[in-house]
Write a protein that binds this ligand. Structure first.
Ligand SMILES: Nc1ncnc2c1ncn2[C@@H]1O[C@H](COP(=O)(O)OP(=O)(O)OP(=O)(O)O)[C@@H](O)[C@H]1O
Length: 822
């Protein structure tokens, strides 16, 4: 290959050549395939390149040397196990919904208020559950694999998911049995393959587009014993809403950037960099692309990129009016289906469209989107249909040209992913965030900024961003706003855990300088987690309240160690019942009732501690769950929409609250407590003085707060109710390091640190010396503590740094939660 590698590409080749795992953070147009080819060309080892789709795999096959096998994940799975199902794949291609229903034994319509979920629709929902299960890393089908059903209230969703779960379990049994009769899909053999913990036949694995990876593939990749390289651009992650994952962030390996873009020149790079900043990315691109590449007006662009389908339709209609042949990426089939469904509903007929099947008329759909806050996708559909009418949409779709014949291609930004055109105009739909109830500018959502970054980086020669001109005013408005009294994010005032989410915080600066190498510890942690059983989790609830379960298990564990519930609960009760209530609080009578219920709760815990066994396990778990809701008021400073405390009335009592604790919560906490039985037995046997729950450190006040879970016989322990423990890593390691350093004068006598994984009953611990050595500590512990103290004191005494760049959404979101503790 004639390419002269850039320094960044060279660096990547060197790390690869040293047989190390690697995350290649490759900005738009920075030549990632070329870089992977350079790497692979330097070794005789056998590699597997896992491509995002078949076209990319085909292209890669032509470019890589013969030592690299280039396939999609499905193709790898087909070769391993899928071929055995070839006959079924072909034979079952068309199993109608009524046959599926009959095979599964679904034979009764579900009447939910005025809505009717027919037998066929139940079969379709079950099929959808299986599909989502196949994308997940879960080992069993769960109620929460059911997609959101437009037209149902929250409790109705839960009900349908619970009713359908046994059918979904049966469906998976059928699919995975050799004699199965249900439709067999490509995702099914992929999942069957994944559940066998496959080892990929290669010395090194290259995972492409790693910022948008299905959890099922993510798990396979992370479990490989081979050398692992993931490549992609976290700032281009735009499919999080489809549960795609960014494998790169947190991957325990060296992270190397590719920042020289060969796609466009400096002007377009400057636009991209602006959006990267709003997307909370540290990356900044340099434009090394074609001569003459510029930002300006594109009178006849090759592509127009819009926010939504409705925005794209508006552009399409304008071009059709002008007689310009226009294409729509992905074709118009989806729009056609929506328009036809709307026609059916307008004519008073039912439709089988998956987004609309529960409605009896178009009026019902309109009314539902007005009322319901969660149906954003549906809102977009309704506004499209209402704006243009089904007939005009169908007519426009019929007049679309194919891309090779069109003069211009219209696309949503989502569908433009991975594409590029010579000239691009940004079309309708990307709008400034507006203002909140107090008239303050709302923050630009980083996910929206990522989408815009994807859109503006599709152009090679000419980029027209006139429709994004609002960014100038937006940036000015938030800089002005940041000078307001409470919006200035003094990072040092944030609690430990919040600082760790922010690379510019004093804690992160200190860690990077003095404890720089998290990779070995994260690798060790991940390896030890892999040896543990899979996490327990609720199976028959669609939207478990994970946060409440997390707090509740902490309370239950504390009580089991003979300790009271701690300050967060007392503060939560005080805040929930206060005369100056937080947002979402109930009326004064309800708050008074909460105050009384809270006092009773504290008393109940006290009496249990005085006479363990005086309350049954279930009662105690229920109380711990109620305590979680009070704590949440303290941590978030608000009453959440679904908080059981939010609708308290003067009649509310502790007994009512604990009766409202859902059965899944009781079961889940009780399972976690059974898992804790053995690992916690030794802790319970310690003398009381050696069991410290919720310790505070001498340095806690030097940042916005820090209280760890436990110090048990010298072991500093942080409890994590993680459902996806493979996501634990750098932040958790630095959390432990932060607590360790905050005990400035060694009064707590910490000699070990570790994590307790309550859903697996697993303890992962390290001796302090070993921990610091692996982190690459620059000095012994005592000196590190002294430096940490000085560092935080210096940071506190500095005047607020002037804003060199506008604060990003993360800055402000973190400032918002500054009241919560670590
Ligand atoms: N070191 C280099 N010097 C000059 N041009 C390079 C270099 N590396 C890559 N390129 C050019 O950059 C362009 C894009 O490269 P490549 O095909 O590898 O990217 P990709 O995998 O399609 O993804 P992306 O462009 O998004 O990174 C190609 O035209 C390639 O020749």
């Amino acid at each position: 290959m004639a390419l002269e590698p850039t320094q960044e590409q060279q660096a990547a080749c060197e790390v690869f050549g040293a047989d190390q795992d690697l995350a290649l953070i490759a900005g738009a147009g920075t030549g990632k395939t070329s870089t992977l080819m350079l790497m692979a060309a330097g070794t005789p080892k056998r590699g597997l390149y896992v491509a995002f789709n078949r076209a990319i795999a085909d292209d890669a096959r032509r470019r890589f040397g013969s030592n690299v096998d280039c396939r999609t994940a499905h193709a790898v799975a087909f070769r391993a196990v899928g071929w055995r199902f070839k006959g079924r794949l072909d034979a079952s291609a068309r199993v109608p919904a009524w046959v599926t229903a009959s095979i599964l034994g679904i034979n009764r319509q579900l009447d939910i208020g005025a809505r009717k979920v027919t037998v066929n629709h139940q079969a379709r929902l079950v099929t959808g559950m299986i599909r989502r299960f196949c994308y997940s890393a879960d080992r069993q089908v769960l109620a929460r694999h059911m997609e959101y059903v437009n037209g149902l209230e929250d409790e109705e969703q839960e009900f349908v998911a619970r009713v359908l779960l046994p059918f979904a379990v049966r469906a998976w049994e059928d699919i995975s049995s050799p004699k199965g009769q249900l439709r067999f899909e490509h995702d099914h053999y992929m999942k069957l393959w994944a559940m066998g913990n496959p080892v990929l036949p290669a010395d090194f694995v290259l995972l492409d587009e790693a910022q948008d990876t299905n959890p099922v593939l993510e798990e396979i990749f992370l479990n490989q014993p081979a050398q692992r390289v993931c490549v992609g651009d976290p700032a281009q992650q735009i499919y999080a809403w489809r549960s795609a994952r960014d494998v790169m962030t947190g991957f325990p390996a060296e992270q190397l950037p590719l920042t020289q873009s060969f796609r466009f020149g400096p002007q377009i790079a400057a636009v991209a960099n602006r959006w990267l900043r709003h997307a909370d990315s540290n990356m900044q691109l340099s434009g090394c692309g074609p001569e003459g590449s510029r930002v300006g007006t594109a009178a006849q662009p090759d592509a127009v990129l819009c926010r939504s389908n409705a925005d794209a339709m508006a552009e399409v209609l304008k071009f059709l009016d002008l007689g310009v042949p226009v294409a729509l990426t992905g074709g118009g089939e989806a729009l056609n289906r929506i328009a036809n469904a709307a026609l059916e509903l307008k004519e008073g007929k039912r439709t089988s469209h998956p987004e609309l099947f529960l409605f009896a008329s178009w009026g019902e759909v309109q009314e539902y989107v007005e009322r319901d806050k969660s149906g954003q996708d549906l809102k977009a559909i309704v506004s499209l249909v209402d704006k243009y009418g089904p007939h005009q949409i169908i007519d426009a779709v019929n007049r679309l040209s194919s891309e090779d014949r069109a003069q211009v291609t219209v696309s949503t930004a989502h569908k433009a992913k991975g594409r590029e055109w010579s000239s691009v105009r940004i079309g309708a739909g990307f709008v400034a965030p507006g203002v909140d109830e107090d008239g303050r500018p709302r923050l630009l959502d980083p996910a929206e900024a990522r989408l815009i970054y994807v859109a503006v980086t599709r152009a090679r020669q000419l980029l027209d961003v006139e429709k994004l001109a609002w960014i100038e005013d937006y940036e000015k408005s938030i800089v002005g706003d940041a000078r307001g009294d409470d919006a200035d994010p003094r990072l040092v005032e944030l609690p430990l855990t919040a600082q760790l989410k922010h690379p510019a915080s004093p804690v992160c600066h200190f860690m990077a300088e003095h404890l720089p190498s998290t990779v070995p510890l994260v690798q060790d942690l991940q390896q030890r987690i892999r040896a543990l059983p899979r996490p327990v989790q609720p199976s028959d609830v669609q939207y478990p309240q994970w946060w409440a379960l997390g707090h509740a298990i902490d309370y239950r564990l504390r009580l089991s160690l003979g300790s009271g519930p701690g300050n967060a609960l007392t503060s939560g009760i005080a805040l929930a019942g206060s005369s100056e209530p937080p947002r979402g609080a109930p009326a004064p009578e309800g708050r008074a009732a909460l105050r009384a219920a809270g006092a009773e709760l504290l008393k109940a815990f006290d009496s249990w501690l005085a006479t363990p066994g005086s309350l049954g396990e279930e009662t105690l778990i229920r109380l711990a769950f109620v305590a979680a809701y009070f704590e949440d008021v303290y941590r978030t400073g608000t009453f959440r929409r679904h908080s059981m405390l939010a609708d308290a009335s003067e009649e509310t009592t502790l007994a009512d609250l604990s009766a409202r604790v859902p059965a899944y919560a009781v079961e889940d906490i009780s399972q976690q407590m059974q898992l804790a039985e053995e690992p916690f037995a030794a802790f319970r046997a310690l003398p009381p003085a050696a069991r410290i729950c919720g310790p505070e450190f001498s340095g806690s006040a030097d940042l916005g707060g820090a209280d760890a879970d436990f110090i048990l016989g010298g072991l500093l322990l942080v409890c994590k109710a993680a459902r996806e423990p493979r996501r634990l890593g750098r932040e958790e390691i630095y959390q432990l390091a932060g607590y360790l350093l905050l005990d400035y004068d060694n009064v707590l006598g910490i000699d070990r640190v570790g994590l307790y994984l309550s859903r697996q009953g697993g303890l992962v611990t390290w001796g302090v010396e070993d921990f610091l050595r692996r982190l690459g500590a620059t000095a012994p512990l005592a000196r590190l503590r002294a430096r940490f103290r000085d560092h935080l004191k210096d940071a506190t005494s500095l005047p607020a740094a002037p804003q060199s760049a506008p604060p990003t959404a993360a800055d402000r979101a973190i400032a918002h939660v500054a009241g919560s503790t670590g």
